[in-house]
Design a binder for this molecule. Structure first.
Ligand SMILES: Nc1nc2c(ncn2[C@@H]2O[C@H](COP(=O)(O)OP(=O)(O)OP(=O)(O)O)[C@@H](O)[C@H]2O)c(=O)[nH]1
Ligand SMILES: [Mg+2]
Length: 201
């Protein structure tokens, strides 16, 4: 089991769940959001980063997180758990509402330093996933790519899937990162390269 170095995170407080743009909390110097398909492990990854098992609600029911959930980190940064996309059973109206909310959020938060884009290493990058990365780049928001659930694949399969995904990815300043929110593999490196520098600015 990997050991996550979460020492740059001194304390975490839940702030609020936001269902509309009007409810967004005022901006802090640093904000980071976590996005990805429903069930890829956004909430689990946040828990791994926070160094706590169950701070953020984790569900076996996909599509569970319907709101933007704000966490205050070290009293000066917001970490935002975004609702997942690509839930097949979601009604069309809900998908449209979701899209307006997320796009409104991503295009108006000036304090947003980037979006951690989480993908399932078993599935690789689908159309919606590439859509997210391309959209972020088009609005000048940094995507950090994280492949989660590495514990679910053999070393060989992991290598093959990663190579295939690399062919699709555009140039990235850092990463991509291969992690497991379950075993904590790769979390320390991701913290060191992406999270901790943002918190020490
Ligand atoms: N084996 C394994 N399971 C994981 C990992 N990360 C998350 N899971 C499991 O995947 C399921 C979904 O995890 P969540 O963290 O709730 O995923 P999410 O992306 O927040 O899902 P939504 O909020 O529905 O969009 C849960 O059963 C987790 O325990 C991982 O790295 N390895
Ligand atoms: Mg979630």
């Amino acid at each position: 089991m990997g050991k996550a170095n979460t020492s740059c995170i001194k304390n975490v407080e839940f702030v609020k769940s936001v269902f509309s743009l009007k409810e967004l909390p005022s901006e802090l110097p640093v904000e980071i959001a976590f996005a990805g398909r429903s069930n890829v492990g956004k909430s689990s990854l946040l828990n791994a980063i926070f160094g706590r098992r169950k701070y953020v609600k984790v569900s076996s029911r996909p599509g569970f997180t319907q709101s933007l959930n704000f966490f205050l980190v070290n009293g000066r940064a917001h970490f935002v758990d975004l609702p997942g996309y690509g839930y097949a059973k979601a009604p069309k109206k809900a998908v449209e509402r979701w899209q307006r909310l997320i796009e409104g959020y991503l295009t108006t938060r000036r304090c947003l330093k980037g979006v951690v884009c989480i993908f399932d290493i078993r599935r690789g990058l689908g159309e919606l996933d590439m859509g997210l990365i391309n959209y972020l780049q088009s609005i000048k928001v940094t995507p950090w790519v994280v492949f989660n659930k590495a514990d679910k694949l053999s070393a060989n399969k992991l290598k093959t899937n990663l190579e295939r995904a690399l062919l699709l990815l555009p140039h990235l300043d850092a990463g991509p990162f291969v992690v497991s929110a379950k075993t904590k593999r790769g979390i320390a490196e991701f913290m060191e390269v992406v999270i901790c520098p943002l918190l020490s600015d």
